[in-house]
Write a protein that binds this ligand. Structure first.
Ligand SMILES: C[S@@+](CC[C@H](N)C(=O)[O-])C[C@H]1O[C@@H](n2cnc3c(N)ncnc32)[C@H](O)[C@@H]1O
Length: 207
């Protein structure tokens, strides 16, 4: 990772993604996290203050190691034990059926092999557990989706591997999950190529 990827991009991401609108969305998703929780692609730890008291312990994985002192400061404020691992979601070092909740916020866009990661997430989630996701992705509107395809190579470069055009709901379903709750919406005042959201719950079983 060059200077831009190591120093500029993480600060930009931390600044943009800590805005009020994103904080409200984090609160809304994470209110359902409980028990032993795994967060994939924790970035700079912006979800930490939004976890509810129902969380017992949190494991966070991310290969990047962005802004470590900022992440440590956020971890120090957490009301529950936090374990951090610098590794990729495509190969998780946890036993099967380990977690009650697994969280991904704006991360499936950046994982090189999202299907492999989702299969790993499914493997380590308890049968009664829940996968909570909040992601941007491919528009249902053909004109917007065409722009997402066109601009994807640029986004990939400036946002360190992020894809604009991933069909998040289809990827989750294709990995064997049941989508038990899905909400599609646009974030106000954000360009549609990046502002079309997928938020919901997925489970390994139907009920
Ligand atoms: C746009 S950031 C989102 C950060 C954070 N989830 C948030 O909500 O602020 C995407 C994150 O995905 C991480 N990432 C990229 N490849 C990954 C992989 N293979 N496994 C897990 N995380 C990955 C990046 O390092 C980055 O921290």
């Amino acid at each position: 990772m060059g200077l831009y990827g190591q120093h500029v991009f993480p600060r930009l991401m931390d600044w943009v993604m800590s805005g009020q609108v994103w904080q409200g969305l984090r609160d809304d998703l994470l209110k359902d996290a409980h028990g032993d929780v795994l967060e994939i692609g924790f970035g700079t730890g912006l979800n930490l203050p939004h976890y509810p008291a129902t969380v017992s312990q949190l494991w966070m994985v991310d290969p990047a190691g962005f802004l470590p002192s900022r992440v440590r400061a956020r971890v120090a404020q957490a009301a529950f034990p936090v374990h951090m691992e610098q590794l990729t979601a495509e190969s998780l070092p946890f036993p099967e059926r380990r977690f009650d909740s697994i969280v991904s916020t704006w991360t499936l866009c950046s994982i090189p092999d999202p299907l492999k990661a989702l299969r790993e997430i499914r493997r380590v989630l308890k049968p009664q557990g829940v996968f909570l996701f909040l992601e941007h992705g491919r528009s249902r509107e053909a004109r917007i989706a065409a722009w997402q395809d066109r601009l994807n190579p640029i986004q990939n470069l400036i946002a360190c591997g992020c894809h604009l055009n991933r069909p998040i709901d289809l990827l989750i379903a294709r990995s064997g999950f049941h989508l038990t709750d899905l909400s599609r919406f646009q974030v106000p005042h954000v360009p549609r190529i990046i502002g079309e959201m997928f938020q919901g719950h997925a489970r390994t079983t139907r009920c």
